[in-house]
Design a protein around this ligand. Structure first.
Ligand code: OAD
Length: 227
């Protein structure tokens, strides 16, 4: 069975109604990264940071996976599929994909601020100041903020090395180390990059760029790959 490695970004969830970060209506147009997505921000104003992620979590409860997420789940009928996602939503899970590695954390989880191993599933509930882990520390979003280490990057790089086929979907490839993962794919492996506003990646060998929305392009591409 061939292995397909898939790197997804905010663009795959755009058609579900979740805003991307860097498009013209993106989240980073309304919020400053330094105010809501860094450890400094958390120390300065934890209420604002919790509120930002509470809003994202509440919205997540109201949206559904789209045709792009479902197409990727279907690939598992014929391939060994690993999804490496920069997204903190749970739409790949809800579409039925089974092997998903979250690089930047998960909205539906929180963790202890004194022990990284204490991670709790909270679903779509808010988390507030004064809510503590079992060791008595404030709970924080289970999100990798700018400037923090990305604990899953090593397993992600190892997985990418095993790719017979690589799909890169809906990402501006602006944020490292995630954007560097493509470099780990074997040179000969066919690569597809689906993004209506794809970044310039022409230097990659065996790459096809599809400048279309994921919800339109993926069902077609998946059908072709499954033939
Ligand atoms: P960006 O907002 O940087 O990029 C979103 C990409 O999705 C853009 O290239 C769009 O052209 C594309 N796009 C928009 N609509 C699409 C559609 N319907 N189908 C396919 N593509 C579409 O988001 P990411 O690259 O995911 O990290 O951003 C990476 C990281 O930066 C995020 O994980 C987040 C952010 O700050 C953290 O918060 C730690």
């Amino acid at each position: 069975m061939k292995t397909i490695i898939i790197l997804t970004g905010a663009g795959i969830s755009a058609e579900s109604g979740i805003r991307t970060f860097r498009d013209s209506d993106g989240l980073w147009e309304e919020y400053r990264i330094e105010d809501v997505a860094t450890f400094d921000a958390w120390q300065r104003n934890p209420r604002l940071v919790l509120d930002f992620y509470n809003q994202r979590r509440r919205q997540l409860a109201t949206v559904q996976p789209n045709a792009g997420h479902f197409a990727l789940a279907q690939l598992e009928e014929k391939f060994k599929v690993h999804i490496i996602t920069q997204n903190v939503d749970d739409l790949h899970e809800r579409a039925g994909s089974s092997r998903i590695l979250h690089l930047h954390g998960e909205l539906t989880k929180v963790r202890s601020t004194v022990d990284d191993r204490l991670i709790y599933d909270i679903g779509y509930k808010d988390v507030n100041l004064g809510e503590h882990c079992e060791k008595g520390s404030q709970l924080r979003p289970h999100i990798v903020w700018f400037g923090e280490a990305v604990p899953n990057i090593e397993p992600a790089a190892k997985l990418t090395e095993t790719a017979d086929i690589l799909l890169v979907i809906g990402t501006s490839l602006n944020v490292y180390p995630a954007a560097g993962l493509i470099n780990y794919a074997p040179r000969h492996a066919p690569k597809y990059y689906i993004d209506p506003n794809a970044a310039n990646v022409q230097h990659f060998h065996n790459l096809t760029v599809i400048k279309e929305k994921a919800g339109i392009a993926l069902p077609k591409l998946v059908q072709d790959l499954m033939k």
